[in-house]
Ligand binder design. Structure first.
Ligand SMILES: [Mg+2]
Length: 257
């Protein structure tokens, strides 16, 4: 039996940048009684807090089995029961020079493609410490527009062609970095070799397990997607199209357990 169930966040446990639905929150609470649960995403810790942690309905004992990996596993947090806080285990941050180089390159490609001419909500380029992320419609679109923002994001690039085009232009200009099509409207850039597979490897070491013990759920498991590195490293992976798919699979798993 698998010991760890690992999940992407946006598109897998929740609609993009939105809170996890109650059904998912309840299922995660149930899973934590039996499994270690890891959530890994391109988002920063504050996003995990808003979307996931503040909506969970679990006890302190269960929380100790929850592993939080923001920014593609470049950061890792565990729950400390005595202080009731989420403590950082590690972070792989960029230097100021690297941040400036990445930002400048992203801006020039986006400008060349004319993608800076749309209405944006908040910053398009966000510094997440260990990751620089470009969001087509701005980081705050869902905060500002709510459901309408989710719709606009989902309509922006449904076949991933825009994101893959940006990635294909940016990657050769930043050969020393990892460039990936991230969430619904996002390009994520991290240090080379640091992706969700890196996070999964760290998790396996932390728990003293092997990759055979892990089952991973993601909505971007195709080559070039931000979940693909996990599948490519040989972890059993299940592709879902949204959180409802995930809920159905989890209900089946809990029924068998
Ligand atoms: Mg996703």
């Amino acid at each position: 039996m698998k010991k760890v169930l690992a999940f992407d966040l946006d598109g897998t446990l929740a609609p993009s940048k939105s809170a996890v639905p109650d059904r998912i929150a309840e299922l995660l609470g149930e899973l934590l009684k039996t499994f270690h649960v890891c959530v890994i995403s391109g988002g920063k810790f504050e996003q995990f807090d808003n979307q996931l942690l503040s909506n969970l309905k679990t006890g302190q004992d269960e929380l100790s089995k929850l592993h939080i990996m923001p920014t593609c596993g470049t950061r890792y947090y565990l729950y400390a029961a005595p202080s009731k806080s989420w403590d950082k285990v590690y972070a792989e941050d960029f230097s100021a020079v690297q941040k400036a180089q990445i930002t400048k390159t992203l801006q020039s490609v986006i400008h060349a493609l004319g993608l800076d001419k749309v209405k944006v909500y908040g910053e398009q380029i966000e510094d997440r410490g260990s990751q620089i992320s470009w969001s087509a419609l701005g980081q705050d679109i869902v905060d500002v527009l709510g459901e309408e923002g989710v719709k606009q994001k989902e309509a922006w690039d449904p076949d991933n062609s825009k994101k893959l085009k940006i990635r294909d232009m940016v990657a050769p200009l930043l050969p020393e970095f990892e460039v990936r099509a991230g969430g619904t409207t996002t390009i994520d850039i991290t240090k080379k070799g640091i992706d969700k597979a890196y996070g999964m490897q760290k998790l396996i070491e932390q728990l003293d397990l092997s990759k055979e013990d892990v089952l991973f759920f993601g909505d971007k498991l195709q080559e070039g997607g931000n979940d693909y590195p996990v599948k490519a490293m040989g972890i059993d992976s299940l592709e879902v199209s949204d959180w409802r798919d995930t809920a159905l699979a989890l209900e089946a798993i809990l029924h068998v357990v």
